[in-house]
Design a protein around this ligand. Structure first.
Ligand code: KG4
Ligand code: ZN
Length: 335
């Protein structure tokens, strides 16, 4: 049988990426140009600079991912994300669609983060086990979903203010650490005492909604009010508070909806403490927790191509490729 190739394009935030997925499962290439060096002096993503960098890099990134293959489908993330980056992705995808006379598929970036949990690093996927609770934690989003099958979602809750990754980034900035903040805070935390400061566990009993701006404010008040501070202790205590909050909410949701699987995706899924506590606590409840493999937790186009492959297999692609910076997750129309 003829091989099928899906070209993925990702440009929602600060990574310009393109990937080629063979037969819906094998990552042939996954080229990622990260803009971290451009944004790090501002300790956050500057949208205008991000758009310009996407526009400058997208052609070479796609060329490197594609090689001499003519793809059967072109998939791109059409939301949620920064408008400028989304536009660059759409123009690239439509141009290639016209050039190769192939269909263009719009994919929700956050669904990509969930599906990335199937990648194993080898030619085969490890299929998700449904029903599951999906915890998506990134720099822009913190969400819990009940997922009954591919493309069958119920959103249980989101953050009311900052995302978990954003809290890491902001705390890193307060402490004068580098960007992105998550890995920097984690590195410091390894040398600190996780019980040194009792930061709040925001909305811990409050269902599936999150709020991470309070904990960042608590860190800033702590810094204001204390002279002799230990950066490792603050990082360790902060990380403990965030991880405990995420774990409690994910497990509560699994218990409430009586599901035995939790899947964690997004940049914060790389967090070692979150992985450790969630795995241990879930096990105690007879729940299996799985995480996206480390190299694919941050934004990448392989997850976008995989999401398109699942959409072709399990749902009906509506052909809607409008970009939507505030896109929410919706179930796919049935075939
Ligand atoms: O998914 P992602 O690459 O981009 C968005 O879609 O936002 O996530 C980036 C976020 C950043 O906020 C970064 O600080 C956080 O993920 N992050 C981490 C870790 N690695 C990345 N947060 C905590 N621990 C980590 N090890
Ligand atoms: Zn992301």
């Amino acid at each position: 049988m003829k091989d099928t190739y899906i070209l993925g394009i990702e440009s929602t935030c600060d990574e310009t990426s393109s990937a080629l997925l063979k037969n819906g499962r094998e990552v042939v290439s996954n080229v990622i140009y990260t803009q971290i060096d451009i944004h790090k002096k501002y300790a956050g993503v500057v949208p205008e600079l991000a758009s310009r960098a996407h526009a400058a890099k997208i052609a070479s990134v796609i060329k490197a991912a594609l090689g001499d293959i003519v793809p059967d489908y072109i998939a791109f993330a059409n939301g949620p994300g920064l408008p400028g980056g989304l536009l660059v992705g759409r123009v690239a995808a439509e141009t290639l669609g016209n050039l190769f006379e192939k269909p263009v598929i719009g994919v929700n970036h956050l669904e990509g983060h969930l599906l990335a949990c199937e990648f194993t690093g080898g030619p085969e996927l490890a299929p998700l086990e449904f029903p599951l609770i999906s915890l998506i934690v990134s720099g822009g989003h913190s969400e819990l979903w009940l997922v009954k099958n591919y493309g069958e979602y119920k959103i249980l809750g989101k953050t009311r203010d900052d995302a978990a990754g954003e809290a890491f980034d902001k705390v890193a900035k307060l402490l004068g650490l580098g960007y992105p903040g998550g890995p920097e805070v984690s590195k410091q935390a390894l040398k600190g005492d996780r019980n040194a400061v009792k930061f709040p566990r925001p909305m811990i009993g409050g269902g599936c909604e999150f709020s991470f701006s309070g904990i960042k404010t608590a860190v800033s008040y702590y810094l204001r009010d204390h002279k002799d501070i230990s950066v490792p202790d603050i990082c360790a205590s902060f990380e403990q508070a965030v991880a405990e909050t995420l774990v409690k909410k994910a497990i509560d949701a699994a218990k409430r909806y009586k599901v035995k699987n939790i899947a964690v995706g997004g940049g914060v899924a790389a967090n070692g403490l979150l992985r450790e506590i969630l795995t241990k606590e879930a096990e105690k409840q007879g729940i299996k927790a799985r995480f996206v493999m480390k190299g694919l937790s941050s934004d990448n186009a392989a997850m976008i191509a995989l999401c398109a492959a699942k959409k072709l297999e399990y749902g009906k692609d509506t052909g809607n490729i409008k970009i939507n910076p505030n896109m929410v997750v919706r179930s796919w129309p049935k075939k």
